[in-house]
Design a protein around this ligand. Structure first.
Ligand code: AMP
Length: 410
């Protein structure tokens, strides 16, 4: 099937092809027609499936047609998202795909000054992408009116609930017109999410993408068994053997992120880190350097996992297995985005085997084991360039920096 068959406005089609999208993904195929029809949609789809364009494309089309009909100005579409990063990402998709239209999109979120956002709002916005906290503040201060909203979208609703936004969402919804189209997207569904969803949507079209296999079909994923202390050598070898690949490495803690970075530095591999200890600016700078291929290795903790949409991540490496099984899905979902293929490899130590079992329970399927022979294992240890390797010294260094960090925080 081709995008033309949806009868989307030619100005939007132009941007779709420019973005390199050749055919709709599963969620786009299922969601675009009912949205264009003005129906409510309740979709369970993980990130990586193309879900953003699944709502961006029809919404742009609906708004462009309505704009031609010369309606009064004001925000017509509101997208609520859990994080700053996701707000930026979705704003970019609206801007990119709406480039040849006259529609304007603004992203607003907390953690940055409010004033520039207010000024932009005053200059007129058709689509607003916002985190519930900042949105609530601006509405309460009457900088923002929601009466003209025709389309409400909740994206990653489960994550918004995890972050405790439920009250903000409830309060905001009361201020929206009752007559509106509502699109509700969530990666997972449980009774609380269901309740929220059904309090918002009206006779929705329900769409669920690969419920049995939460890992995107485009991702080949497997596990290798590696002793905790040897993981660095396996990472080093993998990177050296894939010198042109973009690799996202997940670790369990902030301290471990810096530790792995240091270990890679010792063997001449440069990498970036992104985790909760980094300021907003540092996180954005690391993401954009990674996105622009300035540095090909990004080491991240789960905190930063959800908001990342970087095209062309070739490999995800779970240097440590995630503590929460569902994060496995979010992590490996960073590769194999859209219609691309991706690969994810997990390094599992003896201590982590229990976590692996939980992940398999969550996936309702075993994770493929990629067997290493003893020779392959030994070769990897010999492969390292780290001649000055002294584990104890490195640990001591890290403990000192962790102590300093704690002191600074106090
Ligand atoms: P999402 O699930 O919205 O986070 O999208 C994941 C990735 O898929 C993004 O990098 C999109 O640019 C890409 N994508 C979305 N739709 C398509 C498509 N039809 N063909 C190819 N890539 C796509």
């Amino acid at each position: 099937m081709k995008f033309e068959e949806f009868r989307i406005h030619p100005q939007i089609l132009k941007s779709i092809y420019k973005a390199g999208f050749k055919k709709p993904t599963d969620i786009q195929y299922k969601a675009i027609p009912p949205i264009l029809n003005g129906e409510d949609v309740l979709a369970i789809a993980q990130t990586g499936t193309g879900k953003t364009a699944a709502f961006v494309l029809p919404v742009l089309d609906l708004l462009i047609k309505r704009k031609i009909a010369n309606r009064p100005s004001g925000i017509k579409c509101l997208v609520m998202v859990p994080t700053h990063e996701l707000a930026v990402q979705i704003t970019q998709v609206f801007t990119q795909l709406g480039k040849h239209t006259s529609l304007t999109t603004l992203g607003i979120f907390g953690g940055v000054e409010q004033e520039p956002q207010i000024q932009q709002l005053e200059s007129g916005v058709d689509i607003l992408v916002a985190t519930p906290g900042r949105l609530f503040d601006l509405v309460s201060q009457q900088h923002l009116k929601l009466q003209q909203i025709e389309i409400l979208i909740l994206d990653e609703a489960d994550h918004m609930l995890d972050l405790g936004f439920i009250e903000d969402i409830r309060q905001l919804i009361q201020r929206l017109p009752r007559k509106r189209q509502t699109l509700f997207f969530s990666a997972t569904i449980d009774p609380t999410i269901k309740k929220l969803a059904y309090s918002l949507v009206h006779n929705p079209i329900r769409i669920q993408i690969s419920p049995k296999d939460p890992v995107s079909r485009n991702v080949e994923h497997g596990v290798i068994f590696v002793a905790m202390d040897d993981k660095r050598f396996f990472l080093e070898r993998f990177i050296q053997e894939h010198p042109k690949s973009k690799i996202l490495v997940f670790v369990r803690t902030r301290v471990r992120a810096e530790r792995v970075k240091k270990a890679m530095e010792r063997v001449g591999i440069s990498s970036l880190t992104i985790h909760g200890d980094k300021g907003q600016q540092e996180r954005f700078s690391a993401l954009s350097r990674f996105r622009d291929n300035e540095v090909l290795i990004l080491i991240a903790t789960d905190v930063s996992a959800r908001g990342i949409d970087i095209e062309n991540v070739d490999y995800v490496i779970n240097y440590d297995l995630p503590e929460k099984a569902e994060n496995y899905v979010h992590r490996v979902g960073r590769t194999g985005r859209g219609t691309r293929k991706g690969q994810a490899i997990s390094f599992c130590s003896e201590e982590e085997k229990e976590v692996l079992q939980q992940i398999e329970l969550f996936l309702d399927a075993p994770v493929a084991v990629w067997q290493l022979t003893q020779t392959e294992y030994a070769e990897t240890l010999e492969f390292t360039q780290d001649t000055s390797y002294n584990w104890r010294k490195l640990l001591e260094e890290d403990d000192v920096s962790e102590l300093k960090r704690k002191k600074r925080k106090k």
